[in-house]
Design a protein around this ligand. Structure first.
Ligand SMILES: [Zn+2]
Length: 502
């Protein structure tokens, strides 16, 4: 069943998609600490490349409203968010018990502005979701998002708040079924867990497995209850290359899309699956990584592109810039334009990340077995009565065990949008008209608003018009908005050099 496709040159269809890109110029200022491999600065480097490749001429650029504490508690527990909001490097010693319970410390340190950083990350993804919901964009991008390990009441793997779960909850206001795809080298455990019992979200994670963080995501983890067969895991071994990744990614995603028929896709583009990553051990080139973005884009569904891991930051910036080009139907040229961080790209000064000659421990036999099992899991319930592919939400009588739903919703918050809706759903409010056929039982028609929170308002702070105007005023273009960053960057570079010399 596994057929290895040669990895040919990427071909991107040039048809127009409306792309909304979210960026907050504060995001690069947050610093996890000397020696910590997670560097928000990579998002600013990415942005500088994007602007200097003049992609701002093709897409809308927004600064999202940071998420509020109330918005964060649509998924996270009140106590946890209250802690994140109050804790600082200066007072963390006063909260030893909370720090232990909420797992902050070494991997997930308390740094200056932690809460703001979380709110920027989540605000971008939530507002991106709102923008997809109101039909104003076909593709939304937030590289400050994609922090897939965060749990309801626990920081994990450099992630504190789970922007992905919050964005998917937002998408579920409008979309009957959402597909989440995770190409980070680590298992997307936080997102999987949040929707493990839910059939309105399918999660699909490609990751390294075996003596590797977080240690979850075996092929047999398929979801439970109503969510059974709605979690897909592809545990891979070291050194996977472009051809084998493409040859397993594309058939699985195509199969899921055909079978599950999602109406929106969230793609986490963790850059630690690239060759030469400081933590990862895959062997994807920039183009091999970007092929995932290109393939998902070719499915022509509303699409959210998020960041994630990625610890060789010059390669992360290169790849995310290149992928932003693909979202806009453009293959960026190899020659790097001059940009604020040009020196990071020595010695090649090229927009490229190459594969190495490392061994690919994923044999054809291994990949064949994996693919066969994943497809078998999906096909298993193809004709099962519980998974009818009618428009959702289904008829009232098909809602299933409401008490069970409620328990799930309370358990995970946002774990089940349907059950959260149930809280305020009046008797007969939806779909009481028996004469309507199934096709009309459509979430879009009914404006199925969630009750627990007002939908996120889609009000940009910086509009692309302002950016465009600034650009026309001055050929120095994109730098105008970010003039004030330069001094801080220099300081940061010095810090980094010192840290690396130490
Ligand atoms: Zn990762």
């Amino acid at each position: 069943m596994y057929v290895e496709q040669p990895f040919d040159e990427l071909k991107v269809s040039s048809d127009k998609r409306r792309v909304a890109y979210f960026y907050d110029q504060d995001v690069g200022n947050y610093f996890y600490g000397t020696g910590h491999c997670m560097k928000p600065h990579r998002i600013r480097m990415t942005h500088s490349l994007i602007m200097n490749y003049e992609l701002y001429k093709k897409m809308e650029i927004y600064r999202a409203q940071p998420a509020t504490n109330l918005e964060l508690t649509q998924f996270h527990s009140d106590e946890y968010i209250d802690f994140i909001d109050r804790v600082t490097p200066d007072n963390v010693h006063l909260f030893p018990r909370e720090a232990h319970i909420f797992n902050v410390g070494e991997d997930c340190p308390v740094f200056d502005g932690l809460s703001e950083f979380c709110k920027i990350s989540c605000g971008g993804s939530m507002e991106g979701a709102a923008r997809l919901n109101n039909g104003m964009a076909d593709i939304v991008i937030n590289y400050a998002g994609g922090l897939h390990h965060a749990k309801k009441s626990e920081a994990s793997g450099f992630c504190y708040t789970n922007d992905i779960v919050l964005a998917i909850i937002e998408l579920l206001r409008k979309h009957p079924r959402v597909l989440y795809i995770d190409t980070d080298v680590h298992h997307g455990d936080g997102v999987e867990e949040a929707f493990y019992t839910n059939d309105r979200v399918m999660t699909c994670s490609f990751h390294k497995f075996g003596d590797f963080f977080p240690g979850t995501g075996v092929v047999g983890d398929i979801g439970i209850g109503k969510g059974k067969y709605h979690s897909v895991n592809i545990p891979l071994r070291d050194g996977i290359d472009d051809a084998s990744y493409k040859s397993i990614f594309e058939p699985i995603i195509q199969h899921i899309v055909d079978w599950y028929q999602p109406s929106a896709i969230v793609l986490q583009c963790g850059g630690d699956s690239l060759s030469g990553d400081r933590l990862g051990s895959f062997n994807l080139s920039m183009r091999g990584h970007a092929n995932c973005v290109n393939f998902v884009r070719s499915l022509r569904l509303p699409m959210m592109v998020l960041g994630g891991g990625g610890y060789t930051i010059r390669n992360v910036a290169r790849t995310w810039a290149f992928e932003t080009g693909i979202c806009n139907g453009e293959l960026l040229s190899k020659e790097l334009p001059y940009n604020s961080y040009y020196e990071y790209y020595a010695p090649t000064y090229e927009l490229d990340v190459r594969s190495s000659n490392m061994n690919n421990a994923n044999s054809k036999e291994f990949l064949d077995k994996l693919l066969t099992q994943v497809i078998a899991n999906l096909d298993h319930t193809k004709h099962a009565p519980s998974i009818q592919m009618q428009e959702v939400p289904p008829d009232r009588e098909d809602l299933g065990d409401v008490d069970e739903d409620m328990a799930e919703a309370i358990d995970t918050k946002g774990g089940s949008q349907m059950s959260r809706d149930k809280v305020v759903e009046k008797e007969g409010e939806y779909y009481s008209d028996e004469s309507k056929d199934k096709g009309e039982h459509n979430i879009f028609e009914h404006q199925h608003e969630s009750a627990t929170q007002a939908p996120r308002k889609d009000v940009p702070i910086i509009t692309s018009e302002e950016v465009h105007a600034a650009v026309e005023d001055d050929t120095q273009a994109a730098r105008i908005l970010f003039e004030d960053e330069k001094a801080e960057i220099d300081a940061l570079n010095r810090d980094q050099e010192m840290a690396e010399a130490a």
